[in-house]
Write a protein that binds this ligand. Structure first.
Ligand SMILES: Cc1cc2nc3c(=O)[nH]c(=O)nc-3n(C[C@H](O)[C@H](O)[C@H](O)COP(=O)(O)O)c2cc1C
Length: 468
């Protein structure tokens, strides 16, 4: 079993999915550029990279921990939370009671109190924090597990939100308004209190993926990790601060004052643009602890392909049963990385009654993080959503713009939508690229799609191979 980040690095090494650079590499631009090169070359089968000598530091850096789809699939194989939900839905194999027990049994447990095995670090300046792109405003902690507790009901949230280093003891806290950390910050603002925050850097892959996963609010990410790992998440009690994974390489405790904002950015984002400077929350560091000889974990994002594309595609497949639970007629979903995930969402819809396709598209706009989607396009069963050629063919041949395109104005959008006129406010587009019939007000006869004669297939194969 993979116990911690080092265990994961060993696992990656044995799987042939670890690249190691033993000569020195600069955390300022070099480590990120090398990681970006790996991602562009190997896309969703990129290796994790271990930089054993981060120039100017005695702490090694590992990047691309989510870079390989086959590794993620292997780690998360078998029973998961999504399987639990689908098994309830399709009533195959597992009763609701047993499934619920599985989730309860996976609740994290506080394994330890106190920081035995850790040493205290004075300043963030001692960590090999990366500067990713040349025009970034500075160094950013890019793979922090940011842990908060609801000041109202005590529930825990874990998310990965970038943290720009302002100085040795202050950073930005870039949780977007819709995310769990921001929800807790606004609860703290209502109570006129500060929000204590813990940050864990470098832990096992189950904790990391769970922090990234777009889970419904209220599902504890550490429980989710426990189901996937098939062993409870062990936590370390941090007193007044939220508990962190007991296997964290680096732990930071501090607080956010919800009324304090400071300019953050520019930052080279996964949209392929520099996100512009905007006010964001400020995180004040109180304590930093590091294991003896810690490994610093970082993520590098940019133009597709980067590891968040691989993680995003993996999580989309893994969590698909949750979508089907609410929307059984959405038989497939694909968020092309080329659309920076939130800008474009393709769904396959099985029409059951008039207006069903629209209903399915609207439901995407109302569902968790999928609601950030800018454009939703619906297709029939004959279109492979991952085949962009077929996708464009269907949009081009099955859409009458007046009838099939809807613009919805004045909605909340992703803060990463750089095209909208003001931050996080903009419009949505729904495109119905399915074949039309009488229910859609289509009075003509829909033409049949071309297909070769199936009976001739073998003969054609044989003759094809004879062509010289
Ligand atoms: C490398 C990486 C960096 C991310 N940076 C941010 C960020 O700065 N702000 C943000 O709101 N989400 C960011 N995300 C996405 C969140 O981690 C993701 O939406 C997660 O589901 C949020 O959890 P929550 O719903 O508990 O808030 C990032 C994801 C990855 C993989």
């Amino acid at each position: 079993m993979i116990k911690d980040l080092r265990g994961y690095i060993d696992y990656l090494s044995k799987s042939g999915m670890l690249g190691t650079l033993d000569s020195s590499a600069n955390p300022e631009l070099e480590i990120s550029a090398i990681t970006d090169r790996e991602n562009r070359e190997h896309r969703c089968e990129s290796r994790s990279l271990l930089f054993s000598k981060a120039e100017g530091y005695d702490i090694p850096v590992v990047t691309n921990l989510m870079g390989s789809m086959s590794v993620l699939k292997r780690l998360f194989s078998g029973f998961g939370v999504a399987d639990f939900l689908s098994s309830v839905y399709y009533a195959k194999g597992m009763s609701m009671v047993n499934g619920a027990r599985t989730l309860m049994d996976s609740r994290p447990k506080v394994a330890r109190r106190g920081f035995a095995g850790y040493r205290k670090i004075r300043s963030l300046d001692e960590l090999p924090i990366l500067k990713t792109w040349p025009k970034d405003a500075g160094r950013y902690i890019t793979l922090p597990l940011v842990i908060t507790r609801s000041p109202k009901d005590g529930t825990t949230n874990v998310g990965v939100y970038r943290m720009q280093v302002f100085d040795g003891e202050t950073t930005g806290m870039h949780w977007q308004v819709q995310k769990g950390g921001a929800v807790h910050a606004s609860e703290a603002a209502e109570l006129e209190s500060q929000l204590n925050v813990s940050v864990a850097i470098g832990t096992d892959p189950f904790n990391i993926l769970s922090a990234v996963a777009p889970l419904p609010h209220g599902i504890n990410e550490f429980s989710f990790a426990g189901v996937a790992r098939k062993a409870k998440t062990a936590l370390l009690d941090c007193g007044d601060y939220p508990a962190v994974p007991a296997n964290s390489e680096i732990i930071i405790n501090g607080y956010v004052d919800p009324v304090e904002k400071r300019d953050e950015g520019p930052y080279g984002d996964h949209t392929g643009y520099y996100s512009i400077q905007e006010p964001t929350y400020v995180f004040h560091v109180k304590n930093i602890y590091a294991k003896k000889n810690p490994v610093y974990a970082a993520s590098v994002v940019g133009f597709p392909w980067s590891e968040d594309c691989t993680a995003g595609l993996f999580l989309m497949e893994y969590l698909k049963p949750m979508l089907r639970l609410v929307n059984p007629n959405i038989t497939d979903i694909y968020l092309p990385p080329e659309g920076a995930f939130t800008n474009m969402c393709f769904i396959k819809v099985k029409k059951r009654f008039p207006g069903d396709v629209k209903k399915a598209m609207f439901s995407i706009l109302g569902m968790g993080q999928l609601s950030l989607t800018k454009t939703v396009v619906a297709f029939d069963d004959d279109i492979d959503l991952r085949d962009l050629g077929r996708v464009f063919w269907a949009i081009s041949t099955r859409v009458d713009p007046d009838r099939d395109v809807q613009i919805i104005k004045g909605t909340a959008t992703d803060t990463l939508d750089h095209a909208s006129g003001s931050p996080a406010r903009g419009s949505k587009m729904l495109i119905d690229a399915t074949r039309k019939g009488r229910d859609d007000g289509y009075t003509r006869e829909w033409p049949e799609t071309l297909a070769p004669d199936k009976g001739l297939a073998k003969e054609i194969d044989r003759k094809w191979s004879q062509i010289s």
